[in-house]
Design a protein around this ligand. Sequence first.
Ligand code: GTP
Ligand code: MG
Length: 172
Amino acid sequence: GITNKKATVLCVGLDNSGKTTVINHFKPPQTKSEEVVPTIGYSVEKFLISRISFTVFDMSGQGRYRNLWEQYYPETEAVIFVIDSSERLRLEVAREELHALLEHPVIKQKRIPICCLANKKDLKDALSDVEIADKMELAEIADDKPYNIFATNARTGEGLDMAMDWLSEQIM
Ligand code: GTP
Ligand code: MG
């Protein structure tokens, strides 16, 4: 039908991985931020993609705010996990944070899609999506959760439409 579906999405990942830049890409032109700054706490953003009205919790990735993530797990219907593909030294921390989220009792009992973005693919040190999937141990994700990974450049938007199309399909 023509009715819109609603979905609440949690956007997480380490600080500086590009979460706010990703979300900004999907916001309508009038509401787009000119300059993206580090998120303090979190910010709630709304936009429409392929008839789904998304409410996105754009969480801060800074260590001191990461304990806020779990407060939104109860309403989370999909997860976008953003990774800086060029930041090899912190991939281990990113892996730990992703798996801590997946092992959280509230998330564990949900059948929700996990959309990973191997972001900053334009940087010369960037690992490929396949390498990121390996380092992040995505194969360990429980069978009840569909997951996928997309190489993206949030500054240009490259890869983002494919990622959101996939996520939308999982939600529909
Ligand atoms: P926190 O809010 O602190 O958790 O960070 P964040 O994950 O929201 O990162 P943010 O979107 O603020 O981006 C951090 C920096 O990375 C900004 O300077 C962005 O312009 C830059 N950036 C984001 N995506 C890309 C990308 O794909 N390529 C490159 N080269 N830079 C990017
Ligand atoms: Mg941010």
